[in-house]
Write a protein of this length. Structure first.
Length: 216
């Protein structure tokens, strides 16, 4: 029985959110392939993970017997998130671009699950777990575009999820989402529609591929 850890971070609810719409399509396909499987769902906009505190951070470097009550409580919350990542057979993350980077709520989750000596270091505890990130953005930040140098979503998540946590990272990118709502971008609507269509196709394809990979 496979377990999917599904994380959404868009502040926009439901299908009005581009990233949530695509992660929902991925999850539907995943559940069709794994009717007996489990899904751990975290909506970081509706139920935010607390930003890292001194107690939560320092507890990771202190022996359990030496932690203060405040450290123990804060660290227990981190362990819950870490264990969800460790027990997942696959991870799905919705990561819209806000001001050229990821939502602060997603950063807070990453700060909690990144623990040197456990999830990070020489032998990361979730190493090799496949993770699919749905990266949505209002414009285009692809290589060769005028704003390519402002792309701090994929670059950052590659460093953290792949090179630090050791996850097997794949991206689905949905761009130009502002085109239908911004008159100045109206000529880009066909490119947006093509990107959206491709993102939904990728979500279905990658969900099926992961299902087959995990049941092989």
């Amino acid at each position: 029985m496979a377990t999917l850890l599904h994380i959404d971070s868009s502040v926009v609810p439901g299908e009005a959110s581009s990233s949530r719409s695509v992660t929902a399509a991925f999850r539907r396909t995943w559940e069709e392939q794994h009717p007996e499987g489990a899904v751990i769902y975290r909506d970081l906009a509706a139920d935010p993970v607390p930003h890292i505190t001194a107690d939560a951070w320092s507890a990771g470097y202190a022996a359990p017997s030496e932690r203060t009550p405040e450290q123990s409580t804060a660290f227990a919350a981190r362990v819950t998130l870490i264990e969800e990542l460790e027990q997942a057979d696959a991870v799905l993350i919705g990561a819209p671009m806000y001001n050229f980077s990821i939502p602060s709520t997603l950063k807070a989750w990453l700060d909690s699950v990144l623990l040197l000596g456990r999830t990070a270091g020489e032998a990361p505890s979730a190493q090799g777990t496949p993770v699919v990130v749905v990266a949505s953005r209002g414009g285009s930040y692809a290589p060769g575009t005028p704003r390519a140098g402002y792309e701090f979503v994929q670059n950052y998540l590659e460093a953290v999820l792949n090179r630090t946590l050791g996850l097997d990272l794949d991206f689905i990118v949905l761009e130009l989402t502002m085109a239908p709502r911004n008159p100045a971008m109206s000529e880009l609507i066909p490119l947006y529609e093509a990107s959206r269509k491709r993102a939904f196709e990728d979500a279905t394809t990658k969900a099926k591929e992961l299902a087959q990979r995990l049941t092989a």
